[in-house]
Unconditional design. Sequence first.
Length: 451
Amino acid sequence: MRHLRLLGLTLLLGACMPPVAQQGGNDALARLERARTASPGSVAALRALGIAYYKRQRFADARTVLDAARRLDPKDGLSALYAGLSAEALEDYTSAKDAYNSYLLVGKTRGVRDDIRARLVALSRTELHAAAKSAIANEARIAQQPGEARALAVLPMTFSGTDQSLAPLGRGLTDLLISDLARSPEVQLLERDRVQAIVDEVALAQAGRTDAASSVRAGKLVRASRVVQGAITQTGARNLTVNAAVVNVATSQQQGRDVTTSDVLDQIFTIEKTIALGLFDQLGIRLSAADRAAIEQRPTRSLQAFLAYSNGLLAEDEGRYDDAAKFFDQARSIDPGFSQALQKAQTARAAQQGSLVTAAKVESGLRNSAEGATVSNAERGVATSTTGIGATLASAVGDVNPSPASSVNTTTTTTTQGQAPPTTRDPASEKTGTDQPAQKTGQVTIIIRKP
């Protein structure tokens, strides 16, 4: 009975006491907060505190502190990296991209830079859809603002016909029209991806309903003064009719008459050029001979290559990057001179890779590097300043040949009381029982040529 009472008392005390790890974590955070208070101009103190906040999912606090560190030292890579991770966690994708781009310029860990490059491609599409959701949420306010005077949005063309394998041509023709209309400096064409994101979100918001004024609504949401809307109709097994019109967003009125043309499917590029030139007339734009000649250029003369390219655009819009890359590769294999297909394939692959780059993967890439040692110290409540030639060499050696001992003798650490930071023993010390593990070495060859 006495044993049972002792056991109950032990369990009660255990339940009342915070876990040792949690206590240690709180102590580490408190040390860093004291360090920031004592030295508000210390990049090392701000960086370490920001990392500690991020590790505790206090993303808003982390970004505030890390942005302060970045202002003091724009070349501090870790501050930029964790500011980007914090901003992304807060769904502020514009700020995240800015911070990530800074890391690409000044970051020290090559593998992390590679991951960030890929992540930026995927993040761009995430940013577009987040912006579209935000625009719809603030639609009442945006609708009261006039669109940009020169801004022109080309909405994705609709398709109707019995052969649904031709439906992706709507994306392809839209892409070609944007490229051709952008030849004139008198209009500012909005990016296809941005317009498509708005159209997708509007369709979701409508929950399947048909909105007769959807084109005007989309134009207001992207702040365009005019929109181009069009349709492709299959009129026979091998015949198409394409029509397009310019709509004034402010008045909801069509500008001029429809531009319409019909031809056989194999003349799809001739159809597109006719539509583009007709739209310039409706816009009241007179083209120079040079502009007209440029518009007559064709990215490919292969219908099959263009259809594969159009399928790639559709897959890309739906976030199926692997399928998109395959379609673009197919277009390129059919027509090796189709340069847009090559560029799109590269972008789709980067987006696919970037979609797999999580915050955890980015952080894992820091392991066994000089930057990783700084992060580890921040988790223990130690502000680390990596300066001087020793740190530079350690970073270079660690990046090329990472070592578990990369943090040994490479950093200068400070604590709030000016005491030495807690000591840790690496795996070699634990096994041998000595506090003198093998030091990390790197070879630097300096060649001095005789004048």
